[in-house]
Design a protein around this ligand. Structure first.
Ligand code: HEC
Length: 214
């Protein structure tokens, strides 16, 4: 009989530990999910992704950006994300509600991108960086995404308005012009939309945000 008791206790402990790991820890980590509209505008927060931004998210997924970049600002008591300027508050479950497939990531070979839309809204910078990270960030180990750009022979009569202004030593040379493809435009629109913890959430006013961020 006592053997059964041990088996039963062992069984319960196994379930309890997986419940702590799979249910309790994520809830502690992300806070409760409450879906309430902004009382001032009646709009849902965060705003929904536009169709171009959604396409960009798919480009982000297809090109494995998530292998090197996270999109989760951890509370200050756990990590130094807020001190590094990756967000003004920690992210909570609600921040991901429009993502369908949340791109939280696990590895941080590169910086967290939760709020890259606030940190660096420059379209030009992103194009140059994605064309070849060495242009803007010398020594970077991020791979170039040159294949998401189009290269054409320059027509002096009719130069492309959106051609990249590549510095000496980069690109195919003065006879050619490089323009972002539709996929690249969508990707940069998605990056610019990433403002995951830059707004206040009505059910999480500043005080609560601060207490969560401790
Ligand atoms: C092999 C890892 C790796 C992959 C894959 C990768 N990155 Fe990066 N990324 C980095 C590193 C390292 C940095 C920091 C140095 C730099 O700015 O290039 C970085 C920087 C960035 C930055 C600038 C962040 C900041 O705070 O200034 C952006 C934006 C970015 N990556 C977007 C992307 C996108 C979009 C993709 C997919 C198309 C991608 N990265 C794929 C490693 C990676």
């Amino acid at each position: 009989m006592s053997k059964f008791r041990y088996i039963f206790i062992g069984f319960m402990l196994t379930f309890l530990s997986s419940w702590v790991g799979l249910v309790l820890m994520p809830v502690w980590g992300l806070g409760n999910f409450e879906q309430t509209p902004d009382p001032a505008t009646g709009e849902m927060i965060p705003p929904k992704l536009s169709s171009l931004e959604k396409e960009g998210r798919d480009v982000y997924i297809a090109n494995g950006c998530v292998y090197c970049h996270s999109q989760q600002v951890h509370p200050a008591r756990v990590r130094t994300d807020i001190a590094r300027g990756w967000g003004v508050r920690r992210t909570v479950a609600r921040d991901y509600m429009n993502q369908e497939v949340a791109q939280m990531g696990t590895m941080r070979t590169g910086p967290d991108l939760s709020n890259i839309g606030v940190r660096n809204p420059s379209e030009t910078w992103h194009y140059l960086h994605l064309y070849n990270p060495q242009i803007t960030s010398k020594g970077s180990n991020m791979p170039p995404f040159t294949f998401l750009f189009e290269t054409k022979k320059k027509d002096p009569e009719n130069p492309a308005k959106d051609a990249l202004n590549l510095p000496e030593g980069f690109g195919p040379g003065a006879d050619y012009e490089v323009t972002p493809s539709h996929e690249m435009r969508a990707l940069v629109a998605y990056l610019q939309s990433l403002k995951l913890s830059a707004y206040e959430i009505p059910e999480a006013p500043a005080a609560r945000i601060e207490s969560l961020a401790e």
